[in-house]
Ligand binder design. Structure first.
Ligand SMILES: Nc1ncnc2c1ncn2[C@@H]1O[C@H](COP(=O)(O)OP(=O)(O)OP(=O)(O)O)[C@@H](O)[C@H]1O
Ligand code: SF4
Ligand SMILES: [Mg+2]
Length: 339
């Protein structure tokens, strides 16, 4: 009974058919083209994909932080605890940001105010959502810094961002994000700009915060090693569309979409050779996407061993989803055909 009740609960976040475009002098860019996924309380979903696939545009639209113009959300719903945040006033959205969901970015330096001490910045994050005395705000800010793994927070309170290392700045940003106890943290490539040691510390911190606070995590990365370490589920984005989504174990046992396979092969080769070997070819120009499968121009599978009609279908029609395992869904016309 209790189990049945738990299962019937709505997810924390449900994104339905999200569409985002950028209007530029050179034309319209369909950055996010019908993205749907959901995230339960305490769950970690990794979104992977190469540069330009729409990861940041997706994340920023969930926070309603896209620069409008040139960006515009042209369709879809973003349901946070069942409420569509795309319908909220800016004032209501300010309350949602921080209190319910928060975001950390790839470049902590750009997100911190260079002329304000880090202590003040965390204090401001605390007081943005809570009416507390200065003294209490300072206490909570110190706690948030300690929680985010900043050693000797009292000593670092009066430091300016430029006095801290990249990894430490990332922790300060996390302290700010966590200051109002959000249920969801969106982290856009939080470790990309860091050295290996700092990367590991940030990933350990994310794992700790999930355990300790039941924080749900939407983690954007192009690093499959990070996915394996942190996420429960993965969604692979290609040219603004999800092409494969799966529980992490099932994904690493056998990705099915040719692009996802390419990504994993590249990651394995990178580990062996010590450098990243990209999937051959590049993301199609988002101003002129093919009408069928977005991956068709790069796909070797399309022509390998199938019929001419099948190869044409790839070019002409968007693939329908195929469930290849529990919770493992692939958008490829040949998903059920090849193993
Ligand atoms: N401010 C902007 N103006 C015009 N086009 C933009 C803007 N921001 C993003 N785009 C375009 O939208 C598409 C998706 O970009 P996005 O930044 O979401 O990619 P990404 O997956 O986050 O890439 P990266 O891994 O490089 O961060 C790209 O084609 C990009 O050129
Ligand atoms: S639908 Fe066709 S072109 Fe697209 S990934 Fe599958 S086989 Fe390749
Ligand atoms: Mg990005």
């Amino acid at each position: 009974m209790a189990r049945a009740r738990r299962r019937s609960r709505a997810p924390l976040l449900r994104v339905v058919d999200l569409r985002v475009e950028f209007r530029t002098a050179r034309g319209r860019v369909q950055a996010v083209d019908g993205v749907s996924f959901s995230l339960d309380r305490g769950e970690a979903l990794a979104v992977v994909g190469e540069s330009g696939s729409g990861k940041s545009a997706t994340a920023l639209s969930l926070m309603r932080l896209l620069p409008e113009p040139p960006a515009r959300v042209t369709g879809g719903r973003v349901l946070l605890r069942g409420r569509d945040i795309l319908d909220l006033t800016e004032e209501d959205m300010r309350r949602v940001r921080g209190r319910e969901m928060a975001m950390v970015f790839q470049e902590p330096a750009g997100a911190l105010n260079p002329v304000m001490t880090v202590g003040r910045q965390v204090m401001e994050a605390v007081t943005a959502h809570r009416a507390v005395t200065r003294r209490e705000a300072r206490r909570l800010a110190l706690l948030a810094l300690a929680e985010a793994g900043v050693p000797s927070p009292a000593a670092r309170f009066g430091h300016f961002p430029h006095q801290l290392s990249g990894g430490m700045k990332q922790r300060v940003m996390m302290a700010m994000a966590l200051a109002s106890g959000p249920a969801l943290l969106i982290a856009d490539e939080p470790t990309t700009a860091l050295d290996v040691t700092a990367q590991r510390r940030v990933l350990d911190l994310l794992a700790y915060l999930r355990r300790r606070h039941g924080l749900a995590l939407l983690l954007i990365t192009h690093d499959l090693g990070v996915v394996a370490q942190v996420a429960d589920r993965v969604a692979v984005l290609y040219a603004g569309r999800i092409v494969e989504t799966a529980p992490v174990r099932s994904f690493f046992r056998g990705p099915v979409h040719p692009y996802a396979r390419g990504l994993l092969d590249a990651a394995r080769m990178a580990t062996e050779a010590g450098e990243l070997k990209a999937v051959p070819g590049g993301v199609p120009d988002p101003r002129g996407l093919p009408p069928g499968c977005r991956f068709a121009p790069r796909c070797r599978l399309r022509l390998a061993g199938g019929s001419a009609a099948g190869a044409r279908r790839c070019l002409e029609r968007l693939p329908a989803p195929v469930e290849v395992g529990p919770g493992h869904v692939v958008w490829c016309w040949r998903a059920g055909v090849v193993s």
